[in-house]
Design a protein around this ligand. Sequence first.
Ligand code: SF4
Length: 491
Amino acid sequence: MRFLPVLSPPLSPPPADRQDAACPAPAAALDPDGDVTASPDAGFVPREKRVYFEVFGCQMNKLDAELMTAVLLEEGYRFTPEVRDAGVVLYNTCAVREQAENRVFSKLGALKPLKRRRPGMVIGVLGCSAQNHREAIFERFPHVGIVCGTGEFLRLPELIARARTEGPVAALDLDFEHTPRFTRTRSFGPSPQQAYVSVMRGCDQACTFCVVPRTRGKEVSRPVREIVDECRALVDSGVVEITLLGQTVNSYGKRLAKGRVIGLQHVLHELNKIPGLQRIRFITSHPRFMTSELIDAMAGLEKVCEYLHLPVQSGSDAVLRRMLRTYTVDRYRRVVEECREKVRGLALATDVIVGFCGETDAEFQETVKLMEEVRFHGAFVFRYSERAGTRAAAEQADDVPDEVKRERNQVLLRLQSRVSTEILRERVGGVEEILVEGPSKLDPSRLTGRNRANQIIVFPGRADEGLAGNLIPVRITEATSLVLVGERVPA
Ligand code: SF4
């Protein structure tokens, strides 16, 4: 799966038609201890219904956060960007990176004085860290009111109410087979025109560095019909691009039907028929499950984008064995070859971990060699950090010095930056169809969008032109290592 190395910003406010009573209330004033107090006039939302929500980690966490957002909105909660203004503070956590987890822990520590002043405030730790550390979170942070794992977040309104009346409450069941599923009819992100849809939860793999099988349990795939119905409803609400999510999305279908093989390609075929849906993506794929049938579907279905995120993790067979990745470098090469042969214009992204237990310089050089040879369009490079609860933490020594990890990280980042720039430059002069996402965060006189290869394109335009969600042609005029720059051309 793809892990985002950086802290996600707080969720954007709810869609316009749900903002009528959004926080902070219009006539807010500062009370003596500096907290925001809403005046009791129109649009007033009591503090107990105001939620501050921060999300860390991978796309799956963001999707879970969307579902939590929907559940809370339905129960009358509204979101505020200010912790001080909230009656409920929630963190949807990531246990994969030590850094992300430590940030949440330090935020929890910093909330202690506020909780002392406001005993009615409910603080919730949700998601992977909650699942991993369980009730131990209450011991370390006694002011936390909710510890809610990855299988129970749909119970959030009930848990908030119980934490208020009964005190600390934990919800850590991971039995997804019996967890009520939540099918959305509208998307809360990443934009009104783009939606993530989960096709499965959990992971049956046992990569030694990864805490996900412990925090998200065994694989459970959703029936094809349920996914198609959710996607249809999302398209009816204005969504034009759907990204299917799963920890190992291409192993989708296991145990779904006795005596019949169902794979992700079946979902893709069904979604490709939905009128109004323009683009389909899926992340994250495992090299072992990249079948010819799935590659053929990618190649043959016009709505499936030419983008594949296929984490290799290391270019050394010995390291892959220690990671228990269940494929060899040669198998990975063959998969890439078949994908590139069949899917024209394929953009390939990967994840790499440097400094995994026992990684020698020679083993690292094999990764350098593979990256030079494959020439990925993008690579997310991570320094290995030991995670409690993983097999590697229990059985293998985290023995590569930090400075060596940092140096190897830099080597790969430089390599990838050079390759990405070269690949992006090849697109200069061409015209690309891009899906407009909205204004550029860095320059409001420009808009951003993505091409089918998932590359970001920045071009002149204003937010009030109403182009977001449209597919438009853009001529590429320039390339950096991260983005393409373009100009609009007549459709
Ligand atoms: S165990 Fe391996 S395949 Fe499963 S989520 Fe973790 S890294 Fe991905």
